[in-house]
Design a protein around this ligand. Sequence first.
Ligand code: ZN
Length: 73
Amino acid sequence: MTKVCCVCQRVQDGDHWSMTNALPADERVTHGYCPDCFSEAMAALDEFIRKQQMIRSAVASDSCPMLVGVLCA
Ligand SMILES: [Zn+2]
């Protein structure tokens, strides 16, 4: 089974990921992340979690009444 990156569409070939124009029609594929896109996805996830924690701590500490008003509306 051939692994294709769901972000950049590169195809795994052993330890390498390369661009390919077309896979054979009968080729079975599965999707995942290549190392580059995995790093980017994890960075984006970290950023998302960081923002969520900021919102949560702002709500918990009542330091942002406007934000609390928005969330509780
Ligand atoms: Zn990729």
